[in-house]
Design a protein around this ligand. Sequence first.
Ligand code: NAP
Ligand code: GLV
Length: 310
Amino acid sequence: MQCALVSRGFDLRDYYGKAFDKVADRIQMQSHPADDPAEVRMAVAWHPPADAFDRYPNLQAVCTIGAGADNVLACPSLRPGIDVVRVVDPAQAEMMSGFITWHVIWHQRRFASYLAQQRRSEWRRLPQRAARSVPVALLGYGQIGSRVAADLTQLGFPVLAWSRTPKSMPPGMRGFHGGDGLFAMLREAEVLVNLLPLTPETRGILNRDVFAALQPGGYLIQVGRGEHLAEADLLAALDSGQLAGASLDVFAREPLAGDHVFWQHPKIVLTPHDACDVSNDALVGTLLSTAEAIETGRRPPGAVDRVRGY
Ligand code: NAP
Ligand code: GLV
């Protein structure tokens, strides 16, 4: 099967060349624009150019190289009927959980203050707080959120989680859904972790109302998508002390501009969209199952609901 590699700004082979090699006997990767476009039935894409898919009249499915499919779904040349397949990867969920846990504990154990004290050669013990006194709210209780919730619960943090549909939660966690559920959850929470997909409903959700509803001195861990965040509202909440700090991994414009105020902000910890990539093994599985589904006339596993947006 012929598969087009479609991305803007970076070469997919640099990241996932080993995965592409592993499937080479079944799937022939063609750099976009492919020489024989009518033969292309699937694509691997990340931030595709607006007109990218116009070239492929027989395209049936586009695989992302991530958990989030937003940037492919937003492509204007994605015709109705083309499936968009995301990677569902337990190994990614495990690593995301480690990343998020580090930031929760960074806040709980006051490491930002200790780092500042160290820079001043200042020996001063700060009050310790048990995990059970730091409630963590998760926006999103899907593939990744449910893993994060389980791991934080194990460490003793009270976990609250918000989803679109109601869930039955394991012992030690509480679930919320809908607009009222969101604010009921936030009022009880100190740390807020964003693990939502970017959809028309979730765009801009990290805003002043949400920050104001958290317990004073709260903390934001933003690993969803940059467009979830109202940047000016975050800066205001940090300035007022409503938020003690924020860990940001994703940004509306990536790479983040060199002169962006976030870089030097004393209350912000920043990483370059690096919380966790999907593993080669998971991508290989997704590519093979997508090719097989196309060949047998089925819907590929992992195909997102294009109307719902995730
Ligand atoms: P997922 O399995 O699709 O889970 C999404 C969760 O969000 C579900 O619980 C869903 O509710 C909930 N949700 C969606 N729309 C909602 C709404 N309007 N109101 C309330 N809840 C809503 O996705 P995932 O695999 O966990 O990944 C989540 C996101 O994490 C990705 O889309 C991506 O943005 C981000 N991510 C970032 C990185 C990084 O490196 N920074 C890495 C991986 C993923 P239901 O359960 O009711 O459907
Ligand atoms: C990374 O951002 C992903 O969606 O996997």
